[in-house]
Design a binder for this molecule. Structure first.
Ligand SMILES: [Zn+2]
Length: 173
């Protein structure tokens, strides 16, 4: 599961440091106590705990609390939610397609003006508001042919759709 680049991308956003994926690996292999995870991975206990709560916060892990009858201390057993990973990837990729489609419409339906030094890029209304001048350097902004960008967005949408279809059919299994 952790070899899947989409899974890695999602988890890296949560755990921040790639090193911390070892913690997820431990959970997947059935190690469920923070101290044992710290021992196995060599990652400091406070970082293990922080990462576990980040996973919890992202809806990707849950815990059960139980009291040790002898010491009266609480212990936490953690569990990783693989199904939630899959469904988050599916909905993220759906949202990505939606926002790219919105962007595509915006690019298709507008004219754009850019600063020759690339400080700024405006649609017609914004450019008119600024008097067709770059607010940063004062140069005149020039009409930009955005056909290439439009083609690039279309390609991006196609590739996202392929990913989405793949993820969706895997999740349905
Ligand atoms: Zn400029």
């Amino acid at each position: 599961m952790l070899n899947d680049p989409l899974v890695q991308e999602l988890l890296n956003n949560v755990v921040k440091d790639e090193e911390n994926l070892k913690i997820v690996e431990c959970l997947l292999n059935g190690t469920d106590k923070d101290e044992e995870i710290a021992e196995k991975t060599g990652i400091k206990l406070n970082i293990v705990r922080k990462v576990l709560y980040k996973l919890y916060d992202a809806g990707l892990a849950s815990y059960k609390r139980s009291k040790d009858p002898e010491t009266q201390w609480f212990t936490y057993s953690w569990e990783f939610d693989s199904d939630e990973v899959s469904s988050q990837i599916e909905s993220n990729s759906k949202n990505m397609i939606k926002s790219l489609e919105k962007l595509l419409e915006y690019e298709k339906n507008n004219m754009f003006f850019v600063c020759p030094e690339n400080h700024s890029r405006f649609d017609f209304d914004e450019a008119a508001e600024k008097g067709f001048l770059c607010p940063e350097c004062g140069d005149e902004v020039k009409f930009e042919d955005n056909h290439k960008l439009i083609e690039k967005i279309k390609e991006e949408i196609e590739s996202c759709k392929e990913t989405y279809d793949l993820v969706k059919s895997n999740n349905a299994k």
